[in-house]
Design a protein around this ligand. Structure first.
Ligand SMILES: [Zn+2]
Length: 120
């Protein structure tokens, strides 16, 4: 399956997500700004190199996605269910969108995602 069916969210679409509190302990699927289905998912992890927080969002319905990296919040702990994954395996997941988001969708369906967010 080709990964070119994935599309990046536009900056206007991203702007509509400003009301999404991604550091809420009640983190769950959000309304997708492209297809309007409540199927927008999220995964956050701390970069092993920089300590910054990387965020990936994707819609499993319309295959839109985006990602960004920024400072980790200091008032919550973002628990990473993949923290124990060896670096080579984690890097292999990032080879294309189908691999990464397919894997994360399975974690979501198993209940491993959404990840736990707890106050620090
Ligand atoms: Zn969508």
């Amino acid at each position: 399956m080709s990964s070119n069916r994935w599309r990046g969210y536009s900056s206007d679409e991203i702007a509509t997500l400003s009301d999404w509190d991604i550091f809420s302990p009640a983190l769950c699927e959000h309304r997708c700004p492209h297809c309007s289905r409540i199927m927008l998912r999220i995964y956050m992890y701390t970069s092993r190199l920089t300590g910054d927080l990387s965020t990936q969002i994707w819609c499993s319905n319309c295959h839109s996605y985006s990602g960004w990296t920024g400072p980790a919040p200091d008032d919550v702990i973002v628990h990473d269910p993949l923290a124990q994954l060896p670096a080579e395996e984690f890097d292999a997941l990032n080879k294309d969108e189908d691999t990464l988001f397919g894997y994360l969708d399975r974690l979501w369906e198993q209940g491993t995602l959404p990840q736990r967010i707890t106050p620090r």
